[in-house]
Each structure stands twice: as C-alpha cells, then as structure tokens.
Design a protein around this ligand. Structure first.
Ligand SMILES: Nc1ccn([C@@H]2O[C@H](COP(=O)(O)OP(=O)(O)OP(=O)(O)O)[C@@H](O)[C@H]2O)c(=O)n1
Ligand SMILES: C[C@](O)(CO)[C@H](O)COP(=O)(O)O
Length: 230
C-alpha cells in the first residue's frame, strides 16, 4: 500500500466562491485551504510523492506555500488546464514513473482526516479503481428544463461522490488518454473509467469531507475545524 502518489487539482477559477482569487488560498483557521489539503498526504506514511496542479499565475504562490509550510513530499507544482480533467491529466504526467498507484484529491477539500484517508486506502487496496461517496440525505428528483418534476429517484441507490479517488496508474492513464481523444469530459476521474465500461468500487466517505464551493461552505468548514480543535 506504500509508494502512493497524490495529484491535487487546484487550478480552478472558483467562480461559485466569488472570492476574486483562487479559493484555495482563502484562509481557514489561520491556514490557506490548500495547506490543510496537502497536510493530510504529507503526514500519511503510505504517500511518497505529491503533485499540485495550479493555474499558471498561481504556480509561484503555491511553491512559496509549499516551502513556507515545510512540505517535503511535493515533487512538482505543474500547470493545469481549462477543465478539471485537463488539470488531473497534467498532474498524472508529472508523477515519477516509480508511482504505480495514484490518488486524486480536490485542492478544495481541506477536511479529509488522516484517519479517514488511511482507512480509505486500506479498504480499497484490492480494487484497481475506487472512490469515496456518502449517502444522500435529501429526496432527489429529476426535472426538465421548465422545472417540471419527472421522477423521484431511489435514494438508496445514490451516492454523493467525493475525493479521494484511487486508481492503478495504468488504468487511469488509459482512461484519461481515451477520454480526451474522444472529447469525453467527466466531472470526476472515476466517470472516465465508467465511460470505458471499467468497474469502479464505491466506499463510504465522511459527510464532513465537503468541497469548498460556495461562500457558506467556507463558514461550515471553519466550524467543523473549530469543533475538531476544541
Ligand atoms: N480547470 C480546473 C478546474 C478545477 N480544478 C480543481 O478541481 C477541484 C474541484 O473543482 P471545483 O471545486 O468545482 O473548483 P472550481 O472549478 O475552481 O469551481 P467553480 O466551478 O466554481 O469555478 C478544485 O480543487 C479546483 O481547483 C482544476 O484543478 N482545474
Ligand atoms: C470530483 C468531485 O469533487 C466529486 O464530487 C467533483 O465532481 C468536482 O466537481 P466540479 O465542481 O465539477 O469540479
């Protein structure tokens, strides 16, 4: 289970956060969101290498953050692409050839705990592709463009998907290559394997592992961290 490589896509624009800067630099309990995200992997004994993917204009700031925080496992900070999928593809390319098992984790998910991450690795070690997800709490309906309700979906069959997502390197590379060649884009990496007809295992995640997407998520994340520290 050792020698795992981490790709952290952090090159988004954070449009829904409306912060006017890369949301991953916003401060949460005194530390940038991205620093919280990286720290879990820096501290995991199973991880040997971390690649961070940033927007072109953020690369030097991210390198400074890495230096300032004293992170030792960050092997590269590379330039991302237009869509998340492009950024992950760039990150995978930047990992050294010795890495054969890859975890992808959003830069904007700073609340994953070391314990949950290590447990995820243990539970998924036999699967070439596995992801974290949580049960849906609300009733979920499908609607048309006019807002007419078409159906109520069976909630027990649904999961809200998170990162980390773990993959054998070979299959992740093939999936990214085939998807980009065919012009297929998915909102997570597992969807590329699903598109190829490849099995993906779901394991139970943690409700607290939210993605900081809109301003109220920052408020919530701050409170969750404060609770953990009290
Ligand atoms: N071209 C992109 C788009 C997204 N991401 C990263 O993918 C993660 C999940 O994306 P999301 O939270 O949706 O971030 P943004 O795309 O930045 O958000 P928005 O859609 O509001 O602009 C984030 O860590 C984001 O930085 C990335 O690396 N490259
Ligand atoms: C990968 C992801 O975090 C799983 O929930 C999510 O799909 C990324 O979302 P985005 O907002 O489309 O980048």
């Amino acid at each position: 289970m050792a020698n795992i490589g981490i790709v952290i896509p952090a090159a988004g624009q954070g449009k829904r956060m409306r912060a006017g800067c890369n949301k991953q630099f916003l401060v949460l309990m005194g530390q940038p969101i991205l620093a919280h995200t990286i720290r879990v992997f820096e501290e995991s004994n199973f991880v040997s290498e971390i690649v961070i993917v940033g927007a072109e204009g953020d690369i030097s700031v991210i390198k400074e953050l890495v230096y300032h925080q004293g992170f030792q496992k960050v092997a590269a900070v590379c330039k991302g692409g237009v869509l998340r999928q492009d950024s992950v593809r760039a990150g995978v390319r930047a990992l050294s050839p010795a890495i054969q098992r890859i975890v992808v984790h959003d830069g904007a998910r700073p609340l994953l705990t070391l314990q949950a991450f290590n447990q995820f690795l243990e539970e998924t070690q036999e699967y070439p592709a596995a992801i974290m997800g949580v049960s849906i709490k609300d009733t979920v309906k499908r609607v048309n463009l006019a807002g007419n309700v078409l159906e109520t979906l069976p909630r027990e069959d649904l999961r809200s998907v998170q990162t980390p997502q773990v993959f054998d390197r070979g299959i992740l590379e093939v999936a990214h290559y085939q998807a980009v060649s065919a012009g297929y884009y998915g909102t997570d990496d597992a969807s590329l394997l699903e598109w190829m007809g490849y099995p993906v295992q779901m394991v139970e995640g943690m409700q607290e592992n939210i993605k900081v997407t809109t301003p109220e998520d920052l408020w919530l994340a701050e409170r969750i961290l404060a609770m953990r520290e009290s």
